[in-house]
Design a protein around this ligand. Structure first.
Ligand SMILES: C[S@@+](CC[C@H](N)C(=O)[O-])C[C@H]1O[C@@H](n2cnc3c(N)ncnc32)[C@H](O)[C@@H]1O
Length: 368
């Protein structure tokens, strides 16, 4: 099946940045329709479900093939399609973190889910439905039917072919439980980043995290068995501070001498609430030594705050800067749990090459 229409889902507030990005990277795609967190485009010719979009802000996308206001139609329509898997989800309704206390994610999607699977008391616990396949998560080449609740009683049908350039989670939103002891929601952001990028962090490696307080990300790294050096003048949570594999350097990063870091660092992480140019300057200063032959740095996980959405236009230049520092490959994406920020993931020559996820895009990727 083909369609000239393309649906995308993104963070609430990111729609203008997404539209500008698509105008730049895919000038043939014309904006068609939008709701908060949901934007469609029209192509001059029909697109197949395996169409690859070059986008930082579209968390998930596919061809748009119809819509209904009648939940009774959903199962009937789904039965006519050769999809391996169905993803049922709703568009974002609030800026991440601004959801009201009574908000339950999955309420809008629930009638569609019930039509396909039967009712459940835990809407969010079954985001991914399986039909005609043993796999719960799509694997390369699987055709996925997307049933997207765009309004409380309006469901859009989409199709996409899964590949490793895409998130395997419905609507690009993984469900990541937050452990009670994790000091901040940065725990979830880092876990999502690792899941999305496939960054090969393993026990026994050493990570330096710049902007580590209060310690959600450090907590995730320690849980995974890494040794962590956290740089932040702010206070670290006791659960992190007392961990035998954690060392706190309680200084602004500009006052940390390169030679005080260990000889060998495998991963550099940065999550400072400062302008992108300041973050990139800090990476530039520290990564230089860590990337050397003795340093053996494998990669960078850099959170870039887009304090103004206009900064989104500079993402290609930021990726060029990261590559100029000495990283081999770099790409950018916006995660479901990030606020007005993006993730830049870069790997060095000593890391395994990035998957084809990063290889497809001119927009969010840069290679030396
Ligand atoms: C978003 S918070 C980091 C959250 C943290 N990654 C976590 O996992 O909980 C941003 C942090 O950047 C730190 N920061 C800001 N400027 C800094 C600088 N010049 N050097 C080091 N840390 C800085 C702040 O103190 C703040 O703790």
């Amino acid at each position: 099946m083909e369609s000239p229409f393309l649906w995308t889902v993104c963070q609430v507030g990111a729609e203008p940045a997404l539209k500008r990005e698509i105008a730049r990277e895919h000038p043939e795609l014309k904006f068609a329709y939008s709701r908060p967190g949901f934007v469609t485009f029209k192509a001059p010719t029909a697109l197949a479900p395996d169409f690859e979009l070059h986008s930082v802000f579209a968390r998930a996308y596919g061809i748009s093939i119809g819509k209904t206001r009648d939940p009774g139609e959903i199962a009937k329509y789904a039965a006519t399609l050769p999809a391996h898997l169905t993803h049922v989800f709703e568009r974002d309704q609030y800026f991440p973190g601004d959801e009201p206390p009574d908000f339950v994610r999955g309420r809008w999607a629930e009638p569609a889910r019930a039509a396909l699977l039967g009712p459940t008391s835990h809407p969010a616990s079954q985001p991914s439905l399986v039909r005609g396949s043993a796999a719960v998560r799509p694997t390369d080449g699987d055709l996925v039917l997307d049933v997207i609740a765009v309004e409380p009683q309006e469901w859009w049908f989409g199709l996409h072919t899964h590949s490793d350039s895409r998130s395997a989670d419905p609507g690009g939103r993984p469900e990541i439980p937050m452990p009670a002891e994790a000091p901040s929601r940065a725990y979830i952001k880092l876990e999502e980043a690792l899941r999305r990028t496939g960054a090969p962090l393993t026990a026994g490696q050493v990570a330096v995290e710049i902007g580590s307080a209060p310690g959600g990300a450090s907590f995730a790294l320690l849980e995974r068995g890494l040794t962590v050096i956290g740089i932040d003048p702010g206070e670290m949570a006791p659960a992190v501070l007392r961990h035998p594999r954690f060392k706190h350097i309680a200084l602004p990063v500009a006052r940390v001498a390169r030679e005080t870091l260990p000889e060998r660092v495998d991963w550099l992480l940065l999550d400072m609430n400062v302008a992108p140019s300041v973050s990139l300057f800090s990476v530039d200063r520290l990564a230089h030594r860590l990337l050397g032959e003795r340093g053996g740095l494998q990669g960078l996980l850099l959170t870039v705050k887009l304090n103004e959405w206009q900064l989104a236009d500079e993402i290609p230049a930021m990726l060029e800067h990261v590559r100029a520092i000495g990283f081999r490959e770099a790409y950018a994406t916006q995660l479901a749990h990030q606020r007005q920020e993006i993730l830049i993931y870069a790997t060095s020559a000593v890391a395994p090459p990035l998957s084809s996820r990063a290889r497809t895009s001119r927009a969010h990727r840069s290679r030396g």
